[in-house]
Design a protein around this ligand. Structure first.
Ligand SMILES: [Zn+2]
Length: 170
């Protein structure tokens, strides 16, 4: 919570306010409080022709492949959001969307809402993504954080043995 320093109403420097055992940044005149609530993030475990599509973000280490993720836009349902992100990032169309679960990602102050999305079409990655893999479900290796727990739950629901990957060291 270090990025916001001034009240958006009166531009006074925010101070630390104690409230029910939590510290929050707040305007000393009471105009505004930086609640710093977790932001929801949509995640899609994308199934294409029986395989799971994992993609690598341009900013990530070489071996790091992940689910498709994105933020919601105002005025859309999470299902509409996940279908839109899928289209924007991979060019694929969502055919069936089912909730896997909701997961904490406290490290980034996010809340992950994860869906299994059956998709159709031809993969055309957006500029954000540099490469993708289609992985057989039994070969998925979730990591022990955020979307990895969604992947693991999806695998367990299909009686697939879950073998976690250790988080890349850098
Ligand atoms: Zn103020």
């Amino acid at each position: 919570m270090a990025d916001l320093v001034y009240c958006p109403i009166c531009a006074a420097k925010l101070g630390v306010k104690q409230e029910a055992g939590r510290e929050r940044l707040a305007c000393p005149s009471g105009h505004w409080t930086h609640w710093d609530n977790p932001l929801p993030v949509l995640a899609a475990l994308v199934e294409l022709d029986g395989k799971i599509l994992l993609a690598r973000n341009a900013a990530w280490p070489e071996k790091m492949f992940a689910l498709i993720t994105g933020f919601m836009e105002r005025g859309e349902t999470p299902e509409q959001g996940v279908a839109r992100e899928l289209k924007e990032e991979t060019g694929l169309d969502a055919e069936a969307i089912a909730l896997i679960g909701v997961y904490e990602f406290m490290r980034k102050n996010e809340l992950i809402v994860a869906y299994h999305v059956k998709a159709t079409g031809e993969v055309r990655l957006s500029e954000e993504l540099v490469e993708y893999r289609l992985v057989a479900p039994e070969k998925l290796r979730p990591w022990r954080a955020g979307t990895g727990y969604a992947m693991a739950d999806w695998m367990r629901a299909r009686n697939l043995p879950v073998e976690f990957l250790e988080w890349p060291s850098n």
